[in-house]
Design a protein around this ligand. Structure first.
Ligand code: PMP
Ligand code: GLN
Length: 405
């Protein structure tokens, strides 16, 4: 009788090279073993499948500026279809610098401090990859935008998680102080905040400065919703604070400001020294971004009224939606920025938030985002997120369906 080990030895000797190929060609030691498909993909897929109203993934359901679309069309026909420099189209960087000075009274050098990126998410990933070494610690506040933790882990670094205090989602700076160690390399901020709509105040910035000033800690400030801020609250951009900017990567997205999330265009601002390192990573990944939209935006950015009116428009939408939701059993939390608002559904169901979100998409025809998806450990406060950058009739139709819950 042939013994199993003999058989294995026989196969190994005869077919070693084959086995080698099979084992090594098919096996990937996953860099993200605990990650599946993002909640945005899942919920938008479900919304399409069930023909549901999509208040889940964050994007407007109305058209972007006709003028900006025409401008892109025009510059394409004029021949702006080849690579721009790796750092981005210079007139666009100049417009960004002018805008930063107008809004935040800080002079940014367009040559050395700004790089155009294919979206805000890419800018964040590039900044983290530029700075992080294996074993470094990064302080992340949860709930956190879904890309942050995988971006840290793929670089071999360690996310150090701190809960924003429910239900206002404020930062507990004492806890931050306690969690800083000699390994802390970065603190990630996001204001206005996705998914909660919380915004940072001046005192938050002071606390941050007190913690980082004598350290080598970097800051990543995700400011993609800089213009979506309500209730006359000024946006506490890191660009206002030159001392902090020295050690920061500040990330923005044109998709949010100009209702064109599908353009995937954004930028990062940093100090000249850190930006030089950022560009080393960027140049071998994307190299340069879509030319026609950069050329069109270089002019369009000068229209101040366009971005200055955005907060007011979105505040009206928030108020309209909150008003409509009064007829439902959702308990709305507050939102002072972004185009998201969260709500508790304790009075409707005791299901977990993922089950609840899936069920109401299938049975009631409205997709939302379960907020536990923004926590590494899946913390479930029975809260879902709604995106309200939608036509009034979309918000009305969604609220009407929610009344049946
Ligand atoms: N950060 C946050 C908090 C966001 O909500 C988004 C939107 N997806 C981004 C960054 C990135 O935006 P984009 O890559 O689409 O420009
Ligand atoms: N920022 C968008 C949101 O939070 C989604 C972006 C994405 O799908 N990755 O809904």
């Amino acid at each position: 009788m042939i013994r199993l080990t003999n058989l294995l030895n026989f196969i190994l000797q005869k077919h070693k090279s084959y086995l080698y190929v099979i084992i090594f060609a098919l096996y990937i030691h996953s860099k993200l073993p605990n990650v599946g498909t993002t909640i945005f993909t899942t919920m938008s897929g479900l919304a399409n499948q069930y023909n549901a109203i999509n208040l889940g993934q964050g994007f407007p359901d109305y058209q972007m500026s006709e003028e900006l679309m025409n401008k892109v069309n025009e510059v394409m026909h004029k021949g702006w279809n080849q690579y721009v420099p790796m750092q981005g189209y210079m007139p666009l960087r100049e417009s960004i610098a002018e805008k930063a000075e107008f809004l935040y009274s800080t002079r940014i050098n367009p040559d050395t401090q700004i790089t155009i990126t294919p979206g805000g998410t890419y800018a964040i990933y590039t900044a983290l990859t530029t700075v992080l070494q294996p074993g470094d610690e990064v302080i992340v506040f949860e709930p956190a935008y879904d890309s942050y933790i995988p971006n840290i882990e793929i670089n071999g670094a360690v996310p150090v998680l701190i809960d924003l205090k429910f239900p206002e989602y404020k930062i507990d700076w004492q806890e931050v102080k306690r969690k800083v160690t000699p390994k802390t390399r970065m603190i990630m901020l996001n204001s206005p905040h996705n998914p909660t709509g919380a915004v940072l105040g001046e005192e938050d910035i002071q606390q941050l400065w007190a913690i980082v000033k004598d350290t080598n800690i970097f800051i990543l400030s995700d400011e993609v919703y800089e213009h979506l801020i309500f209730d006359n609250i000024p946006h506490q951009s890191i660009l206002r604070y030159p001392d902090l900017l020295e050690r920061s990567f500040v990330c923005f997205s044109f998709g949010k400001t100009y209702n064109c999330t599908g353009w995937k265009l954004g930028y990062c601002i940093s100090s000249p020294e850190t930006m030089a390192e950022f560009r080393k990573v960027h140049q071998f990944n994307c190299f340069s971004c879509h030319t026609p939209s950069q050329v069109a935006l270089a002019e369009y950015l000068k229209k101040k009224e366009d971005y200055l009116s955005l907060g007011g428009i979105m505040q009206q939408k928030r108020d309209y939606f909150v008003d409509l939701m009064k007829s439902t059993k959702f308990d709305m939390l507050s939102s002072h920025g972004s185009y998201f608002i969260c709500a508790q559904y304790n009075r409707i169901s005791d299901e977990g938030d993922k089950d609840f979100a899936v069920r109401i998409t299938k049975e009631f025809g409205v997709a939302t985002i379960p907020v536990s998806s923004f926590y590494k450990a899946g913390t479930d406060n029975k809260v879902v997120r709604f995106c309200f950058s939608k036509k009034n009739e979309t918000l009305e139709a969604a609220a009407e369906k929610f009344c049946n819950l």
